[in-house]
Design a protein around this ligand. Structure first.
Ligand SMILES: NC(=O)c1ccc[n+]([C@@H]2O[C@H](COP(=O)([O-])OP(=O)(O)OC[C@H]3O[C@@H](n4cnc5c(N)ncnc54)[C@H](O)[C@@H]3O)[C@@H](O)[C@H]2O)c1
Length: 352
């Protein structure tokens, strides 16, 4: 039995984690906190699809719900005074690059300020849980775009032989990050710092693209989900840039297994580059081809210019996580896409 706090559990990753720990042991006590702001962060009317994950978690009796903003520091202090968490997973945040460019203050408040308050509340509570922070590949900024690339089968690959992916030691300074990348790198450094200075047991996971069922994707964020929803609803897709931007994608259950390994192992204050790795790469154009095959229909799309801050290539070198956390992605791109598409087919009325 353990007590776990999950922030952002009304969202994609947080809700899967809450479900996992609720099912793992009926005696686990899971507290979830979310202000249900995803719809508003994307300037959309709150609708059934944005409440889906939050309502879904009400199927589990051992989950306790707090609908509140993480910037409510007083509440955070009370939560940590009244509970003795073994694990805190921080997934809450503003997740879209273009929204952060349009409104950097909202991005700062939800990503950096909220993360700082969470860390402070943990520090002064004198409890010492394992703490997982969902960081991002955007912390590496557009320095990544200086890597020499070649085009192979609708994807980019690195020209340099033997260099397959981006490691945790890739430069993060003197590069444009976008406001989103900046707020996330700020929080990433705070999670590291609270490990060094105050002994907090942090794990910082710089994630590439995570995908799977229950991701409420939109053009601005959650592109795999957005492509599937658009394809199923015969909507025209916009392809920004060349459409060959390459990402290593990771299926949600593989991410959960990774976090669970971090929780169980005697590892703390480490940074990990996380994604599906070199074996699980995909680009928008490649995804369109796969979807056309799996859905047996043609998909309409048109090209637009490049989006600000877009990395042409991001593939994580996951060897550190493989070694230290005894972890390997289990779900291939095709398997993961099949599982994901099936869920959207079953829930298509949410996305009409
Ligand atoms: N999904 C990915 O591919 C991916 C990749 C890299 C990093 N990340 C990071 O992982 C985390 C989770 O991503 P996701 O895809 O589940 O996003 P999501 O938008 O589905 O979930 C985030 C949740 O946080 C909540 N939230 C935002 N600000 C809040 C606040 N101030 N107080 C309380 N709740 C708040 C939102 O309402 C939402 O439910 C994010 O921090 C994101 O930056 C995600």
């Amino acid at each position: 039995m353990k007590q776990i706090l999950i922030t952002g559990a009304g969202g994609f990753i947080g809700s899967h984690l809450a479900e996992f720990y609720a099912e793992q042991d009926k005696n686990n006590k899971i507290i979830v906190i979310d202000n249900l702001s995803r719809a508003f962060l994307f300037n959309q009317e709150i609708s059934e699809k944005f409440l889906y994950n939050w309502k879904y978690l009400h199927n589990f009796e051992n989950i306790q719900f707090i609908k509140e903003d993480l910037n409510n520091y007083k509440l955070l202090k009370t939560i940590f005074n009244e509970n003795n968490f073994e694990l805190v997973i921080h997934t809450a945040g503003q997740t879209a690059v273009d929204k952060s460019i349009k409104n950097p203050y909202i991005d700062f408040k939800n990503n950096l300020e909220a993360s700082f308050k969470l860390l402070e509340a943990i520090r002064i509570s004198k409890t010492n849980p394992k703490i997982i922070y969902c960081s991002t590949n955007k912390v590496y900024g557009n320095k990544i775009n200086e890597l020499p690339l070649k085009e192979v089968n609708l994807e980019y690959k690195l020209k340099n032989q033997g260099f397959e992916g981006i490691t945790e030691s890739f430069k993060i300074d003197q590069t444009q990050h976008t406001p989103y990348g900046t707020s996330k790198v700020g929080a990433d450094l705070y999670f590291q710092e609270y490990g060094y200075t105050y002994g907090l047991k942090t794990g910082i996971f710089r994630m590439s693209c995570i995908y799977g069922p229950r991701q409420i994707g939109m053009e601005a964020q959650g592109w795999i989900s957005h492509f599937i929803i658009s394809a199923l609803n015969n909507r025209l897709l916009k392809i920004y840039g060349s459409g060959k931007q390459t990402r290593d994608i990771l299926y949600i259950t593989d991410l959960i297994n990774l976090f669970e390994n971090f929780f169980k192992k005697d590892v703390k204050n480490e940074v990990f580059s996380i994604g599906g790795g070199i074996k699980n790469t995909i680009s928008p154009m490649k995804l369109i081809n796969i979807l056309e095959e799996l859905l047996n229909k043609s998909i309409s799309y048109k090209f637009e210019g490049w989006r600000e801050g877009d990395q042409k290539y991001f593939v994580s070198d996951i060897s550190k996580a493989q070694e230290i956390l005894s972890w390997n992605p289990q779900i291939s791109v095709k398997e993961g896409l099949n599982l994901t598409i099936n869920w959207y087919k079953q829930h298509h009325t949410l996305f009409r």
